[in-house]
Design a protein around this ligand. Structure first.
Ligand code: TPW
Ligand code: MG
Length: 546
């Protein structure tokens, strides 16, 4: 009979977890010992729990599977609150496994170290930012509780919380079963799909909008097939940037309203039917719309609900919906009209001269690089680097495009590198790098070699664009490239366009250690995309204030 610790690890693996990210502490030391010695899942320790959460989140996003973050009680778990809140907001299924006091300690009458208010304050906090929880105090019921919680994480693609008291680690336990997923009711699904297809057939200019649930539920290829079958163009949201990167012929671009490509904005805003698949209705996705979406012309599938006009079909998983649409869809036109292939709207052909670098030059240089060497999976932080990423060719990307938390980029890149064993490229600003950049020091131990492009404008530039008069947005010059060798990597500081192109090329050739390309940018300039975004945002704010 397995122990509760090995049953939990095996259960995580059976449900699609590929590795564990964590930081030990005394309440979780016995479990960490089992993690290490059982070899059921590989583990990666990082330096600060926020990075553990971001890495687990990014691994979940890239794998369309579960991410796992293992931390100690209190001081460890509370450090995970922000990343898990972000994972909830952006619908990423991260499993938090938190060590906790054992039964004897609970009854000791002492306040326990790491305890905030009551012993269960931690559970109460995580209840708010996870979709299901289990406290494993009874080895007899624990396997079923774990199974329920892991099914919830997978079905809803949201974080969950498992608390493991330290005296339970070695308890004998049955295996964790794998509960079958709950599909849509067949008749409701058929009616829903029929209604959508009837509306699509009547529409003259329908558009499919995709966002992150399409990846979370692993239906990118099927959505691309549906779009091809129907002859309906696809756009991504801002948060959904990077989706369907494998199907460039169906993806027209990214909708950003007033901040985006005018042709894409017109396509979406003039559509007579919008099919929003897995779309988060956030301000970052839609605040710059020049038109309110008319619910009568909108179909929205999110969180197992399908909303058509003013009515809702509950309990329809996105994968079932897409399958049903594919099964019932007839080709829309005899020969779907392909639009004439537009030349790529993204910048190419950086002039490698001695002029200073502007943010959009970085997008140009990376597009050139990927043309030569093939694309790399991307992680971006919050800041102008994320807006610059919108000027890259549509490439697989993880980024906090809705929750907008800083500090995500570097640890997310480590999560991708560890989980996928692929070499990622990380885009990060100097302010965000100050938060979590140190985590690069963990690359050497694990043989990870991401390429990090650091946008160093010595500034919280995204704040400056909203409030230019504030001097607190000036940051110091930390000379990050010089720090790289002490962290086990390679650093280059570049200030001209030629140096940028050369440093990127050299980074691709250099394997086995991280490469940090620190790009010096003037204060007070941003990418073209951020410039348009800010102008649009300010205009929308003024309109709302009137
Ligand atoms: C955890 C607020 C949003 S953008 C920004 C701040 C402080 C400045 C980012 O500076 P950076 O990039 O990284 O140098 P750039 O291009 O603007 O110069 N705390 C958290 N998250 C957010 N979003 C903030 C504060 C913020
Ligand atoms: Mg900056």
């Amino acid at each position: 009979m397995p122990t509760l610790a090995t049953a939990l690890l095996q259960g995580l693996k059976d449900h699609g977890a590929r590795e564990i990210f964590g930081i030990p502490g005394d309440f979780v030391l016995p479990f960490f010992k089992v993690v290490e010695e059982s070899r059921i899942l590989p583990y990666y320790t990082l330096s600060h729990e926020p990075a553990v959460g971001f890495a687990a989140d990014a691994a979940a996003r890239f794998n369309c599977g579960l991410g796992v973050a293992v931390v100690t009680y209190g001081a460890g778990a509370f450090n995970l609150v922000n990343p898990i809140a972000g994972a909830y907001a952006e619908r990423s299924p991260v499993v938090v496994v938190a060590g906790a006091p054992g039964a004897g300690e609970r009854a000791s009458g002492f306040l326990l170290h790491h305890q905030a208010r009551s012993i269960d304050t931690q559970l109460a906090v995580f209840r708010e930012i996870t979709c299901d929880q289990a406290v494993l105090t009874d080895p007899a019921t624990a396997p079923d509780e774990i199974a329920r919680v892991l099914r919830s994480a997978r079905e809803r693609s949201l974080p969950v919380y498992i608390e493991l008291p330290r005296d339970m680690v070695a308890a004998k336990s049955a295996r964790v079963p794998e509960l079958p997923r709950r599909p849509a009711a067949a008749d409701a699904l058929a009616e829903c799909a029929e209604e959508i297809l009837a509306r699509l057939a009547k529409a003259k200019s329908p558009v499919i909008v995709v966002d992150v649930e399409v990846r979370r539920f692993d239906v990118e290829a099927r959505v691309a097939a549906l779009a091809r079958r129907l002859g309906v163009p696809v756009v991504t949201t801002f948060m959904g940037r990077g989706l369907l990167a494998e199907a460039p012929e169906v993806v027209r671009g990214t909708y950003m309203g007033a901040a985006g490509d005018a042709a894409i904005t017109a396509l979406v805003e003039n559509a007579d039917l919008l099919l929003l698949l897995g779309v988060i209705m956030s301000d970052t996705n839609f605040a710059l719309s020049r038109r309110r979406f008319d619910p009568r012309r909108t179909v929205l599938a999110i969180d197992r609900d399908v909303r058509i006009g003013h009515h809702v079909y509950p309990g329809i998983p996105l994968e079932d919906l897409v399958d049903a649409l594919l099964a019932q869809a007839k080709p829309r036109r005899a020969a779907p009209k392909r639009p004439p292939r537009r030349p790529s709207p993204y910048p190419r052909g950086l002039v490698a001269d001695t002029r200073p670098i502007m943010p959009s030059d970085i997008a140009c240089a990376i597009n050139d690089l990927f043309d030569r060497h093939g694309p790399m999976p991307m992680a971006a932080d919050m800041g102008d680097c994320l807006f610059t990423a919108m000027e890259l060719e549509n490439t697989a990307l993880v980024a906090p495009g809705y929750y907008a938390g800083m500090g995500f980029g570097v640890p997310a890149g480590l999560g991708i590198a560890a989980s996928m064993r692929q070499r990622p490229m990380i885009l990060v600003g100097d302010g965000a790098f100050q938060m979590t950049g140190w985590e690069l020091g963990n690359c050497r131990r694990y043989g990870l070699d991401p390429i990090v492009v650091l946008f160093n404008n010595r500034s919280w530039e995204m704040l400056r664009v909203f409030q230019a008069e504030s001097k607190f947005n000036d940051l110091d010059d930390w000379n990050f490239a010089a720090i790289a060798p002490s962290l086990g990597g390679h650093g280059t500081r570049v200030a001209t366009r030629r140096e940028l192109a050369e440093a990127l090329e050299a980074a691709v050739a250099r394997r086995g250690a991280f490469s940090l390309v620190e790009v010096m940018l003037p204060r007070g300039v941003t990418s073209r995309t951020l410039e348009k975004f800010v102008t649009g945002f300010k205009a929308a704010r003024e309109r709302a204030a009137k």
